[in-house]
Design a protein around this ligand. Structure first.
Ligand SMILES: C[S@@+](CC[C@H](N)C(=O)[O-])C[C@H]1O[C@@H](n2cnc3c(N)ncnc32)[C@H](O)[C@@H]1O
Length: 274
């Protein structure tokens, strides 16, 4: 069975209203396969029955689950490698130097999905900057989806996931085997605070940030939404802080308050007056 245009438009609108994510016109197959999985999980007899239920009820937990199931949550450890090399070789050493007096670093990973990104940062800090254990390091990771955050908090990954981006040395040092899965060591998990946060809602108060990872998230939004989000990022980023975007994302022609800063193969962004 394939979902009809009206049902596809309904799901697109539901997702858009809640998250501002625009599902591309050609994503009907994705909507259908994810609704099929949700129907199975919730005991609905078919996708059509699930859609009827969604359409006939006021917004509730089922709608949230349907929306969350549509998110693209692709991630991996040390994704694209170069941003993490830049963090290790340039940015963390620079910030350690500059923040000697306060001994405090604030890092935020927005749209963190299943947690590989914030855990990669935590592993990098523990592995290469042991001196930071005596600092106050806040590493906040957020996502709109409660379901994916629950996975992230558990920090359990399958064999395929742990072989993507993690060297055997780091795997042996920072993950523990648990039956069919490998779990991020408690000490590393405790370095990350996961919070549910919709980038298109009102932003909660947060200490100003030294580093923001906002990678492979803006790509799903229309330009006007990107503008609104980047304007808020501006308020949260310290004048000498760094913003990391995904490889296919940029602030150029979206927000002139940012300037690209090149470190070998990585482009980061800083506020123009820094
Ligand atoms: C493709 S993943 C990126 C994961 C990670 N940053 C990386 O680059 O590997 C995009 C994430 O953005 C989240 N997301 C989508 N819309 C969002 C919104 N409005 N607010 C917060 N997170 C959102 C999704 O749930 C998903 O986990």
């Amino acid at each position: 069975m394939s979902i009809n245009d009206a049902d596809f438009r309904y799901i697109r609108q539901l997702v858009k209203n809640r998250t501002s994510v625009t599902l591309a016109e050609d994503k009907a197959y994705l909507v259908e396969s994810r609704l099929a999985a949700l129907a199975k999980k919730t005991g609905a007899s078919s996708v059509s029955y699930l859609l009827r239920k969604l359409r006939s009820q006021p917004f509730n937990r089922l709608h949230l689950e349907a929306i969350e199931s549509m998110m693209i949550t692709e991630s991996c450890f040390f994704r694209d490698r170069h941003p993490f090399t830049t963090l290790q070789n340039f940015i963390i050493p620079e910030l350690i130097n500059k923040r000697q007096t306060q001994k405090r670093l604030n890092i935020w990973c927005a749209g963190c999905s299943s947690g590989q990104e914030p855990y990669s940062i935590a592993i990098l800090l523990r592995e290469y900057f042991p001196q930071l254990t005596s600092w106050q390091v806040s590493l906040i990771a957020s996502d709109v989806s409660q379901t994916i955050l629950e996975r992230a908090r558990q920090g359990c990954y399958n064999h395929y996931e742990i072989t993507r981006g993690l060297s055997p040395d780091l795997r042996a040092k920072y993950l523990q085997r648990r039956d069919k899965y490998w779990q991020i060591q408690t000490e590393i998990r405790q370095m990350v605070e996961f919070i549910q946060f919709n980038l298109t809602d009102k932003w909660p108060p947060m200490s100003s940030l030294d580093i923001i990872f906002l990678r492979n998230v803006l790509i799903y939004f229309e330009v006007d939404t990107k503008k609104v989000i980047l304007a808020k990022v501006r308020e949260w980023l310290k004048p000498d802080g760094y913003l990391f975007l995904g490889a296919g994302e940029t602030t150029i022609e979206i927000d002139r308050a940012f300037k690209p800063v090149q470190f070998n193969k990585t482009t980061c962004y800083q506020l123009i007056y820094s």
